[in-house]
Ligand binder design. Structure first.
Ligand code: ZN
Length: 339
């Protein structure tokens, strides 16, 4: 009854990149690196299938980071001279590339791993792209001088790649917009519009993932400042409910997001985060089924998808594997319980 999916990223094996890091260095280069990316992609497809998940992803094994993996293929960006910039409203510093000229795609961005994944699973394939607003928050602008203008320029490029991914046979295209939870007014004002530009013309399922970030120290510390009642979703969900985006992925397990926020997503499929990505403890099937039960007060049964709170990239491989299994087992238990 309840289908299962992951938000997107999975840990990179040690033979591909540094482990347990958000911006890991690749272990090798050239054709060897390409082979290692392919091997890691196949390994995680198998692990997701073995765990019993319904929607499969590439685990983002072919990109260093969920934003920069896309941006690397964009012309008009200086990737050599990165600068330090406070991102997510100065929550933490990152080394970011600079936009220095009009933006244009060099060609396909994710054809290699999308086609590889499609050829190796018969299950539904989800592919993730960064959302325009989150990209804008993860690059330094030396050219556009206007956030909205630059977001719309990125949205056009994302749309180009999204349409090509659909042609590759991807079933669900998900845009990741953690920045929506930081700049709530802008998100409701132009962030959702930029997202719809990115998704324009897609006939496959469209989704957006909005979270409180990876389980890294800077995010964990930030969450401590948010109090006991996290209402960030309250501003953007009504705008999303009116949009053409079909699925919304949100953080729930161990968060202080009031469950009734989900009520604001009427008419959408809701990917409820039932796996904590900031805590290596493995959720029990009972805990997961309980979370699903609480969400069912606000989400119709046929619209609930059990998911992870965010990507699992900075975690250890063993923990991620165990969490995939827990996700499938918890959803199964919930299906029996709430049938
Ligand atoms: Zn996330």
């Amino acid at each position: 009854m309840f289908t299962t999916a992951i938000a997107g990223s999975l840990p990179k094996p040690a033979w591909l990149a540094e482990t347990e890091k958000l911006w890991p260095q690749w272990t090798t280069q050239g054709p060897e690196l390409q082979q290692a990316k392919a091997d890691a992609t196949l390994l995680w497809i198998k692990a997701q299938e073995d765990a019993g998940l319904d929607v499969i992803g590439d685990g983002e094994q072919a990109r260093q980071h969920f934003v920069h993996g896309f941006v690397e293929q964009v012309e008009g960006i200086d990737f050599v001279n990165k600068v330090t910039m406070g991102i997510r409203n100065n929550r933490y510093d990152a080394q970011v590339p600079q936009v220095v000229a009009p933006l244009r795609l060099r060609g396909r961005v994710h054809a290699f791993e999308a086609q590889l994944a499609r050829a190796h699973t018969k299950k539904k394939l989800k592919f993730t792209l960064p959302g325009p607003m989150t990209i804008v928050d993860t690059v330094a602008d030396r050219f556009y001088g206007d956030k909205v203008k630059m977001a719309m320029a990125f949205a056009e490029l994302l749309n180009q790649e999204a349409l090509a991914l659909q042609a590759d046979g991807v079933d669900i295209i998900q845009f990741d917009e953690p920045a929506f939870n930081v700049y709530m007014d802008d998100a409701a004002d132009w962030g959702v519009k930029a997202l719809e530009v990115a998704a324009r013309g897609l006939t496959c399922t469209t989704a957006v993932h909005i979270c409180y970030g990876y389980g890294i120290e800077a995010n964990n510390n930030w969450k401590k400042t948010l109090g006991d009642d996290w209402r960030q979703y309250e501003k953007v969900f009504p705008a999303l409910a009116k949009s053409s985006i079909q699925q919304v992925s949100l953080e729930c397990m161990h968060s202080h997001v009031p469950m009734e926020m989900m009520k604001l997503l009427e008419g959408k499929d809701v990917m409820v985060g039932v796996i904590d990505v900031a805590n290596p403890a493995i959720e029990t099937p009972e805990e997961i089924a309980d979370t699903i039960g609480r969400a069912l007060q606000f989400v119709p049964k046929n619209r609930l998808i059990a998911c992870t709170n965010c990507g699992l990239a900075p975690m250890s491989r063993a923990v991620a594997e165990a969490k995939l299994k827990a996700l499938a087992e918890g959803a199964k238990l919930a299906s029996q319980r709430y049938a």
